[in-house]
Design a binder for this molecule. Structure first.
Ligand SMILES: Cc1cc2nc3c(=O)[nH]c(=O)nc-3n(C[C@H](O)[C@H](O)[C@H](O)COP(=O)(O)OP(=O)(O)OC[C@H]3O[C@@H](n4cnc5c(N)ncnc54)[C@H](O)[C@@H]3O)c2cc1C
Length: 434
């Protein structure tokens, strides 16, 4: 990888997500050589991916160059590479651009979409984890609208105008709300040849309520907001398959659609090479102790989505959201400092800052400890928090400007088919695997 070994200890971080960058930023101030590796050369702010896929924001508003973070110190290095294997005996990682030794290794590789072994959904459906995924969804939505305009066959047009999302967690709720707003405010203006009422958005959820991780009150409010926007909710309904045209469920409800988005599960994205006992098999995530050390290893750590730190308060580990990753990254930097100074390690304690989800313009729900609220104020809080946590001043400014513009004009600026999905489906499908 062309990184010279110095007399400083080398800390290699795999993954420049929320956990990886919060750790790297702190380590760059320490007397260590920090090497950050990611398969993309940018950090993705995943909570706003749905706005990229529904034409609300351009990708460069929610992505941030990793080199810009690393350049803060001449002891920091970034390599764009996919790590394929770890050899803990030799303390080496292998990647598609070569090998690298480490003194301390931090795995912050996050999670990936879980299809629960359903090949038809993986082959024919869409999902959203990266910027290319979001751009594929955006192109597909817009291409389907264009095709619907010229399709005379009512059955085919219906399939082009039916949008089906599986999974009513935050991603599914936010995505279906945003598609409904696209219909309510844009389709009616941009596509005068289409009847917006023909465009249906179906949100399918296996459980008996939307936003299952949130309070029942927020869940009820979110369901009400979705209904106000015209999203059709199908609770207690599980998607069984999708052949590229027909979504089959376990009930009598089946949907003909050209746009099926799967947002019903995630699983860990571990790297090969560690002992089987390091992984919690069912979750595909590493078992870590309260210092983020992976079970059976002193110098290999895991943080964020890929780590399960069981405690009395969190018997199944922390929720797979941004805050545990950010807080664990910062905390691990302190513990690496402690290791180097021969000091005692400090156990991690999670500070829950609350959960929120937005359903659309003026509509969001927030759970803050025992308090929960919804509506305009919650939406305002949601916007403020997301702007605050976006990486980079430029991204905050551009996103803020876009939101104000969209709010005032009932418009979405980014509805461009730059890289068609359908015509390049072969290439786009390989992007999907990124
Ligand atoms: C669509 C969507 C919406 C979400 N909305 C919210 C929300 O509203 N609020 C919230 O708190 N959380 C939300 N989350 C969850 C949140 O984004 C994750 O919990 C958080 O990103 C976890 O951080 P992480 O650092 O563990 O992993 P990630 O941020 O996923 O980062 C992992 C990084 O590792 C890299 N990587 C993976 N494998 C390799 C490899 N082998 N070699 C090199 N690089 C590798 C990836 O490219 C990536 O950059 C959302 C997630 C998604 C997908």
């Amino acid at each position: 990888m062309n990184i010279s070994k110095t007399n400083l200890p080398r800390v290699v971080i795999i993954g420049g997500g929320f956990g990886g960058i919060s750790l790297a930023k702190k380590l760059l101030k320490e007397k260590v050589q920090t090497v950050l590796i990611d398969k993309h050369n940018y950090h993705t702010f995943q909570p706003l991916l749905y706005q990229v896929s529904t034409s609300g924001l351009e990708p460069d508003s929610i992505a941030y160059p990793l080199r810009k973070i690393i350049r803060a110190s001449d002891r920091g290095y970034f390599r764009m590479a996919e790590v394929t294997k770890i050899d803990p005996e030799k303390k080496i990682i292998e990647s598609n651009i070569g090998e690298l030794t480490y003194d301390y290794l931090v795995i912050a590789t996050g999670s990936k979409t879980n299809f629960f072994g359903n090949e038809s959904i993986e082959k024919n459906g869409m999902w959203m984890k990266t910027v290319p995924h979001a751009l594929n969804i955006r192109s597909l939505i817009l291409e389907n609208l264009e095709q619907a305009v010229i399709t005379k066959d009512p059955k085919k047009r219906k399939a082009l105008l039916n949008f089906v999302i599986a999974g009513a967690g935050p991603t599914g709720v936010e995505l279906s709300g945003a598609i409904a707003e696209l219909r309510n405010h844009i389709v009616s203006k941009d596509y005068p040849d289409l009847d917006p009422s023909e465009m249906e958005i179906h949100l399918v959820e296996g459980m008996d309520r939307v936003l299952p991780p949130m309070s029942e009150k927020s869940s009820r409010k979110a369901a009400k907001f979705l209904e106000e926007l015209g999203v059709q909710l199908h609770l207690n309904t599980q998607v069984k398959s999708y052949d590229g045209n027909l979504v089959l469920t376990n009930t009598s409800k089946n949907f003909e659609t050209q746009t099926f988005i799967w947002s019903a599960g995630v699983t860990g994205a571990p790297v090969q090479g560690l002992k089987a006992s390091a992984l919690i098999e069912k979750a595909n995530r590493y078992e870590v102790n309260s210092f983020n050390q992976i079970n059976g290893y002193d110098t290999i750590f895991a943080i964020g989505d890929i780590a399960v730190m069981e405690s009395e308060e969190y018997p199944k580990g922390h929720p797979m959201v941004a805050q545990p990753a950010i807080q664990q990254g910062k905390h691990l930097a302190k513990n690496i400092h402690n290791i180097l100074g021969n000091k005692k390690l400090e156990p991690f304690g999670y500070f829950d800052k609350g959960t929120m989800a937005t359903v659309g313009r003026n509509r969001a729900v927030v759970d803050l400890g025992k308090f929960n609220f919804g509506g305009f104020f919650a939406w305002f809080v949601w916007m403020f928090v997301h702007l605050w946590f976006l990486i980079g001043f430029r991204n905050r400014l551009v996103t803020f400007f876009n939101w104000v513009y969209n709010y005032v004009n009932y418009d979405k600026a980014a509805r461009l088919i730059i890289r068609p999905f359908k015509e390049n489906q072969k290439q786009s499908k390989s992007d999907k695997a990124l």
